[in-house]
Design a protein around this ligand. Structure first.
Ligand code: GUN
Ligand code: FE
Length: 455
């Protein structure tokens, strides 16, 4: 019989499609040495009893206890790691002012590697404790501190995709916080890509360099062009902010007489491995371009409530074939939890559908067919994120990584209200999605390794 590194037994929830959740009741998950799910075995499968007889009682066999469930690890498609230092503050002013008054000053402090280490160690541990097993990070303009973030992800066992941020435009960035010039920005980015690729060789769960123009206003045309070329040369992921707010969307139309999507595409920045944050103001032509190029949207519902002047029509974008995942956007979004963001994604979509201004008649108040369900929000936080990054993550399925959260619904301090031993498992799933707190997340695994445990 095939030898597995580890076998888990228990009930799991995983996305079958963007709208449907599959319930795997008391299944076995057989993990190989590379941390991949090699086999998923149902209780009525011929192998099931044989595997149990062979592995039960062994050190590498783990059965969930009553009231515990597996979820896939979450994929956070948009985190500003340095902004963890100001999370929860400064959410009372518009984007442009917020960047200049609060955010650029705090990010400029990451030239200090001791400060960077403190914040980065903490944000990676916090995200893991919240069930986030993969994160797509913006660091800062500083290449050393950005590399330190990649190293911390590598050490702590999180799958980190990390970008050294490029902001070389002297018209839009303060003197105290920007790349020295375009040439330096591109040279530092290339050096950073090579260093992270080297680090990846010794990182089981993977660590990836990401080409990261902060957003169009931050960058000169030459930098945007050079970054597109670097992404092609090294086949990297790309991330930026796209059509986020009235001001930002308007700035790009003034500068290029087109929307962000087409401007980014002109610079070679929309590709299969591109992920664009926010995208609230995409029109149908932009959406078509995203679908055609394989560019994904990172939906950041909490942040959008503060800075995006709008609710993004996620349901509509899904009908256009756009790949979509979920982002916390720390610290535009205050919460490090994708549970919180999944909840907000549902709530925002319901407010978009119904509308909010009671001075208008019911039928004119909202945008029909805009709602998404908690199942769809779960898809965004898991399988949708995996697809957006073109990685085999976000599903508890064969040939995917064993990136998992073990949820305990029975804690007295954070009880999930399940009073019937035979409660419908679909209802259990919904209660988990709406009510879980970090205490309920007992263990987190990435690529077959335990990376977080709450004793
Ligand atoms: N646009 C450019 N930079 C940022 C940022 O840090 N956060 C958000 N929400 N939008 C941005
Ligand atoms: Fe952001």
């Amino acid at each position: 019989m095939k030898k597995y590194a580890q076998i888990f037994q228990g009930t799991a929830f995983t996305s079958k499609s963007p709208k449907e959740v599959e319930i795997l009741n008391n299944y076995l998950f057989c993990i190989n040495d590379n941390g991949m799910i090699e086999k998923v075995v149902a209780p009525d499968d011929a192998d099931y009893q044989v595997l149990l007889d062979t592995y039960q009682g062994e050190k590498n066999f783990q059965r969930l206890v009553e009231g515990q469930y597996f979820l896939p690890g979450f994929v956070d498609l948009h985190v500003h790691a340095p902004q963890w230092a100001q999370a929860g503050t400064a959410l009372d002013i518009p984007l442009y002012d917020w960047l200049n008054t609060y955010t650029f000053p705090i990010e400029s402090k990451f030239s200090d590697l001791d400060f960077a280490k403190n914040v980065y160690e903490d944000v990676v541990s916090t995200l893991l404790a919240n069930g986030t097993t993969t994160a797509l990070y913006f660091a800062t303009v500083h290449k050393e501190a950005s590399f330190l973030l990649a190293k911390i992800c590598s050490n702590k066992g999180q799958r980190g995709l990390v970008g050294k941020v490029v902001m070389d435009n002297p018209d839009q960035n303060p003197d105290f916080y920007r790349d020295a010039d375009t040439q330096t920005a591109l040279a530092d980015t290339e050096e950073f890509i090579l260093a992270v690729k080297e680090l990846a060789k010794s990182t089981k769960q993977g660590v990836y360099p990401v080409v990261t123009p902060r957003f169009i206003p931050s960058c000169t045309d030459d930098a945007l062009k050079g970054l597109g070329e670097l992404a092609t040369k090294y086949d990297t992921h790309i991330q930026s902010h796209c059509s986020e707010s009235d001001w930002e969307h308007g700035y790009v139309q003034d500068r290029f007489q087109k929307n962000d999507a087409f401007a980014l595409h002109d610079f070679g920045l929309l590709r299969e491995k591109s992920v664009m944050a926010h995208c609230n103001f995409l029109d149908d032509n932009d959406a078509h371009l995203f679908a055609e190029t394989g560019t994904a949207v990172s939906h950041c519902p909490i942040s959008n409530a503060y800075f995006a002047n709008s609710v993004i029509p996620i349901a509509h974008l899904h009908t256009k074939g756009v790949e979509i995942g979920l982002g916390s956007d720390i610290s535009g979004g205050f919460s490090p939890s994708l549970f919180d963001n999944a909840r907000q994604a549902v709530i925002s979509s319901r407010m978009l559908e119904d509308g909010v201004n009671t001075a208008l008649p019911t039928e004119e108040r909202g945008v029909p067919n805009s709602r998404i369900t908690i199942n769809e929000a779960f898809y965004l936080a898991t399988a949708g994120g995996g697809k957006s990054l073109s990685l085999p993550i976000g599903r508890l399925e064969e040939n995917y990584t064993w990136d998992a959260q073990i949820i305990d619904t029975t804690l007295t301090t954070a009880k999930i209200p399940i009073f019937n031993a035979n409660e419908d498992l679909g209802d259990v799933f919904q209660k988990i999605m709406y009510l879980v707190r970090p205490e309920n997340i007992r263990e987190v695994w990435v690529q077959g390794e335990k990376v977080h445990e709450r004793k």
